[in-house]
Design a protein around this ligand. Structure first.
Ligand code: GDP
Ligand code: IMO
Ligand code: MG
Length: 427
């Protein structure tokens, strides 16, 4: 009964979508367990590019059941837009299942996300503006609207009214916006109820049955370890648990079911939005990575901040997630560099730190201590085994593996499904 958790080891966009897709036909279900349409996964299959935000990456694999878990926040408009978009391209989405306990993102939370960012000015988080933070805040404040609330209009009206009692105070008195009418939100959400109803089920029960029947389930994270609300660079994080622990709370399967934790890590580092990033390159070296790696956000189109590989960050991901295997992506992007610096530790106020410093203030002041590895110039996109790699590329992988303290089992040498070196099986 393999239950494989797949997470991001850095600040997101490591290539989780491609990694999930790679597991492919051996997987019976892929569960998205956190986040919402703040995520953006680009998957390239036979030259065709797919950009997914809310749907689990397994949706592109025939025979794989895509499941939206209870830990996800759902923008219903985006859900159906994405389904319609895929259907128009011939992708079958009829197996999609949605948890009755997942929360929905009402339009007032998208408004609140944007006005809060404006209000914060220089202290803004740089959110995707999708209403993610306010919707998770409502969940914790116990004024959230859940998928199951849509199926009884009286219940829905009562919940919306309860939420707006509070939200309108904030919108009107703090942000100087117009109050939102209860009936307009009831109408907005009810409009989706009928189409949503057949997809909704008790996903925790369904997963328990699948695992007991020996099926293979992948639990796929949105965002990544350093964006996790508990373990990331708070407050510059998303509002959910993107680490392996979140896979259990966000899907309703227990930790004792998890058999493997796969972390996806880029051969360098990127970040979107504000917050500390010790290895960030603000010069031409950063521009080169951005161009060679096409580092522009799938969701907001923002240029991603780019920097060298940060070994303490990846090692931290190994520790907090219990990583059993790494998928190292975008090795091909480094081709052509004479030398590749790798951050092996930090200097904080003259003191060496081999691990992430305890406080955010120290991390913000951390400067990288680099080790420089020799580069390679040969095209590696055709490599399919470790031996196909030029020696310096192979040595780079082996050096990283030693630093991050878990085996690198898969290496990405291009965006395509087949542009991959499988060192060992993940299932
Ligand atoms: P995710 O959010 O973790 O799923 O990652 P994104 O899809 O946002 O960003 C990763 C990008 O890198 C996508 O455009 C992928 O097509 C691309 N990609 C994934 N693996 C590789 C690789 O090994 N090499 C190259 N050149 N691109 C890759
Ligand atoms: P995937 O799944 C990269 C970042 C935003 C912002 C912070 C909070 O594609 O790796 P939010 O809208 O979630 O409240 O924004 O988190 N962020 C991501 N950065 N990849 C993502 O997802 C992200 N999802 C959120 O840029 O800094
Ligand atoms: Mg992404």
């Amino acid at each position: 009964m393999p239950a494989i958790v797949l997470i991001g080891a850095q600040w997101g966009d490591e290539g989780k979508g491609k990694a999930t897709d790679l597991l492919g036909s051996r997987v019976d279900a892929v569960v998205k367990f956190n986040g919402g349409n703040n995520a953006g996964h680009t998957i390239v299959i036979e030259g065709e590019k797919y950009a997914l935000h809310l749907l689990p990456s397994g949706i592109l694999t025939p025979g794989c059941a895509p499941i939206i878990g209870n830990g996800v926040v759902i923008d219903l408009g985006v859900l159906f837009e994405e389904i319609d978009g895929l259907n128009a391209r011939g992708v079958d989405t009829s197996e999609l299942v949605v948890s009755a306990n997942a929360h929905v993102i009402p339009s007032y939370n998208r408004t609140l996300d944007k006005v809060t960012e404006r209000f914060l000015g220089n202290s803004k988080i740089g959110t995707t503006g999708r209403g993610i933070g306010p919707t998770y805040a409502d969940k914790m404040s116990r004024i959230g609207i859940r998928v199951q609330d849509l199926f009884d209009e009286d219940v829905l009206r009562a919940k919306v009214s309860g939420a707006l009692n509070l939200k309108n105070q904030v919108l009107v008195k703090i942000y100087n916006r117009k109050a939102v009418e209860v009936e307009s939100v009831v109408a907005e959400l009810s409009a989706y109820a009928e189409r949503l109803r057949p997809m909704v089920t008790d996903t925790s029960l369904l997963l328990d049955e699948m695992l007991s029947a020996g099926k293979t389930v992948v639990l796929e994270a949105g965002q990544a370890t350093l964006l996790d609300v508990d373990h990331g660079t708070y407050p510059f994080v998303t509002s959910s648990n993107a680490t392996a622990g979140g896979a259990c709370t966000g899907s309703g399967i227990p930790p004792t079911r998890i058999t493997r934790v796969v972390a996806v890590v880029k051969a360098y580092t990127t970040r979107v939005g504000q917050g500390p990033f010790p290895t960030e390159l603000l010069d031409e070296a950063g521009d080169r990575l951005r161009e060679a790696g096409a580092e522009f956000g799938t969701t907001t189109g923002r240029p991603r901040r780019c920097g060298w590989f940060d070994a303490p960050v990846a090692r931290y991901a190994t520790r907090v997630n219990g990583v059993t295997d790494f998928v190292l992506t975008k090795l091909d992007v480094l081709t052509g560099l004479a030398e590749v610096p790798v951050c092996v530790a930090y200097d904080v106020d003259g003191v060496r730190h081999d691990e992430l410093p305890m406080t955010q203030a120290e991390f913000a002041r951390a400067t990288p201590i680099y080790e420089t590895l020799p580069g390679w110039s040969e095209d590696i996109s055709g490599a399919r085994t470790l031996d196909d790699l030029p020696r310096n590329a192979r040595d780079y992988v082996l050096a990283l593996e030693k630093m991050i303290k878990a085996p690198i089992s898969v290496i990405g040498v291009g965006p395509g499904r087949d542009e991959t070196i499988a060192v060992r099986d993940l299932i």
